[in-house]
Write a protein that binds this ligand. Structure first.
Ligand code: IPM
Ligand code: MG
Length: 364
């Protein structure tokens, strides 16, 4: 009997449905080639779920995600829901699913592929050869601390508490050391230990865990300095680990080194093999429905899904090779095209990847 894997698919808002559709086609071809079965179950999340279910994260979506081996997500958000109160914003669905599924480790690789050097806004000599991973803590810190809003006689007051438990820091630091160990063995832990108490605890825990990884070099960097170093000399980085909000900011910055956020995949991992995979970019409401969005970040996220959650390394490699082959042949969507008049659309890009993939036998 064929091995069966369950994949929950949450297309979300904006360009989400268009880009996810291409990634699902790629997964279907992988299933055929590798002789496995993927059972897809679709769920609603974000703005679309607010419209149909009155909540950005319906119970049904959580249930089907929990039953799955992995989750593939498009993107959430859009101007339609921007004025909603915090708990009724699309983003609350994303934050809620991360917390509910225990997805504490967000892995965001930023690799500069030679064919895309021209797409970067930085000088080729600065960005060519960049190959780094931002590991972002995803279920703690200021995102999930106590929030308050109240009135005083002097006006309104708002509070967002940044809180970290030692155990939360330790598990993400360990994940980062494990990743660094398989790469160039250089880990930079980013914090604001000159100001924040939570950062001082972060640094202490990182030092303690480092004793178990004598083969990996650990250094510390303040977040403002890291922001500077990322544009000044990004090649110095191998693996960066940081807390939730710093990671949100630095991962966008790292993404842009490579030219297009439309190319970058991410994995949000729980303990064990379960994970949620999504492109780093957002729902791009301005181009939604036009069929011009770049599906490659989502296709590359599907490759990460194959590798991390399903253990299908050969299939993941084949998908990645197919994507690079298409780029090497000169095909570009608008976001990475130097000549926009020659840009191709979402479906066309998906088809090209499928055509490349079908040439690659997968020996799983
Ligand atoms: C990200 C996004 C989310 C975040 C938003 C949409 C809530 O920016 O995944 O980086 O801030 O975590
Ligand atoms: Mg972000």
């Amino acid at each position: 009997m064929k091995q069966t894997y369950r994949i929950a698919v949450l297309p979300g808002d904006g360009i989400g449905p268009e880009i996810v559709a291409e990634a699902v086609k790629v997964l279907n071809l992988v299933a055929e080639q590798a002789g496995v079965t993927f059972e897809f179950s679709y769920g609603r999340i974000g703005g679309i779920a607010i419209d149909t279910d009155g909540t950005p994260l319906p119970e049904e979506t959580l249930t089907l995600s929990k039953k799955a081996d992995a989750v593939l997500l498009g993107a959430v958000g859009g101007p339609k829901w921007d004025q909603n109160p915090g708990h009724l914003r699309p983003e609350a669905g994303l934050l809620g699913i991360r917390k509910a599924l225990g997805l504490f480790a967000n892995i965001r690789p930023a690799t500069m592929h030679p064919v895309l050097v021209e797409a970067s806004s930085l000088k080729p000599e600065v960005v060519s050869g960049v190959d780094l991973i931002v590991v972002r803590e995803l279920t703690g810190g200021i995102y999930f601390g106590e929030k308050k809003r109240y009135s005083t006689e002097h006006g309104e007051v708002a509070l967002d508490q940044c809180i970290y438990h030692e155990t939360e820091i330790e598990r993400i630091i360990r994940v980062s050391f494990e990743i660094a160990r398989k790469r160039q063995k250089r880990l930079v832990s980013v914090d604001k230990a000159n100001v924040l108490e939570s950062s001082r605890l972060w640094r202490k825990v990182a030092e303690r865990v480092a004793v178990d990884y004598p083969d990996v070099e650990l250094t510390h960097m303040l977040v403002d300095s890291c922001a500077m170093q990322l544009v000044r000399a990004p090649k110095q980085f191998d693996v960066i680990v940081t807390e939730n909000m710093f990671g949100d900011i630095l991962s966008d910055q790292a993404a842009m080194l490579t030219g297009s956020i439309g190319m970058l995949a991410s994995a949000s991992l729980a303990e064990g093999s379960f994970g949620l995979y999504e492109p780093v970019h957002g729902s791009a409401p301005d181009i939604a429905g036009q069929g011009i969005a770049n599906p490659l970040a989502t296709i590359l996220s599907a490759a990460m899904l194959l590798r991390h959650s399903l253990g299908m390394d050969a299939a993941a490699d084949a998908v990645e090779r197919a994507v690079w082959a298409v780029l090497e042949a000169g095909h570009r969507t608008g976001d990475i095209a130097s000549d926009r008049s020659k840009a191709i659309g979402t479906e066309e890009m998906g088809q090209l990847v499928l055509a490349e993939l079908s040439k690659q036998p997968i020996h799983q």
